[in-house]
Design a protein around this ligand. Structure first.
Ligand SMILES: [Zn+2]
Length: 261
């Protein structure tokens, strides 16, 4: 069976601006637990493993969720603490984010946290310094950027830390991340298959990422710009169908298991 790496970015579909103050949290209906449970059930029925990148604030608000994910023997990794783009916060805030997300997640799991994924594949200006910090705080890999060149390798060692890239396809002169988010939702399955087959030919695993909110058409009301509203409309929610399709064709595992950490 073909190999794949599956990752889940555990968050509700709210922007960091909407959730920046803890006092505001009760205004937003959190669905992240129920939606993640749907993903866990789907993975269990397909005997698949995944890495769950958890936003530190989500872990604080829903510690039971970490327990459910661990019970099914998936990997827990960090999806930052605040879920803010790293290119928009100060170096001190980046370090705090790296440390705080590690602390909350390792205290809930009782194990070291080896992986970090930034919000929206954002990279700070001092990228090298960012990897040094990750290493200092005990992380072994980063899944925080899109690949720079052609989609020839999925994982590389860079700056003493593993890099795990989302899978991309060269289409219409652009490199599209077909393996998650908006493109995974809106691209037809045959384009996704085409992207996957490139990796297969190269003997590389595909790396897919999904979000729990993509598994629930009944989304809470939000005030966001029209374009965002359209691209994140439940009309585009094909993620569950496409992931089910891939689960039947790929042997999915976590990043930790794939690297052999
Ligand atoms: Zn995210």
């Amino acid at each position: 069976m073909r190999r794949g790496i599956l990752t889940v970015d555990v968050e509700d579909n709210f922007t960091c601006e909407e959730l920046v103050n803890k006092d505001d949290w009760p205004k937003y209906e959190s669905q992240v637990v129920d939606n993640t449970l749907r993903i866990l059930a789907l993975l269990k029925s397909n005997n698949a493993r995944a890495t769950f990148f958890i936003v530190g604030k989500v872990a604080e608000r829903h510690p039971e969720l970490i327990k459910y994910i661990c019970q099914d023997e998936h990997e827990i990794a960090s999806h930052s603490y605040w879920h803010k783009p790293l290119n928009l916060i100060s170096p001190r805030e980046i370090e705090e984010d790296i440390r705080m997300s590690r602390d909350i997640l390792s205290s809930l799991t009782g194990t070291p946290i080896l992986g970090y994924r930034s919000m929206g594949y954002s990279i700070p200006d001092d990228e090298k310094g960012f990897y040094t910090l990750l290493k200092e705080y005990g992380y072994a890999y980063s899944s925080s950027r899109k690949p720079e060149k052609k989609n020839n390798v999925q994982t590389i060692m860079n700056g003493n830390i593993f890099q795990i890239y989302p899978s991309v396809i060269n289409l219409f002169g652009s490199k599209l991340v077909f393996s998650g988010g908006t493109y995974f939702r809106i691209l037809p399955i045959y384009v996704i298959n085409k992207g996957c087959s490139v990796y297969q030919r190269l003997g590389q695993p595909i790396m897919i990422y999904v979000h729990p909110w993509e598994f629930n058409n009944d989304q809470p009301k939000r005030k966001v710009p029209l374009m965002q509203k359209m691209l994140q409309s439940p009309i585009t929610f094909t993620t569950e169908r496409k992931l089910t399709y891939l689960l039947q064709r790929y042997n999915f595992t976590s990043i930790k298991e794939y690297i052999g950490l």
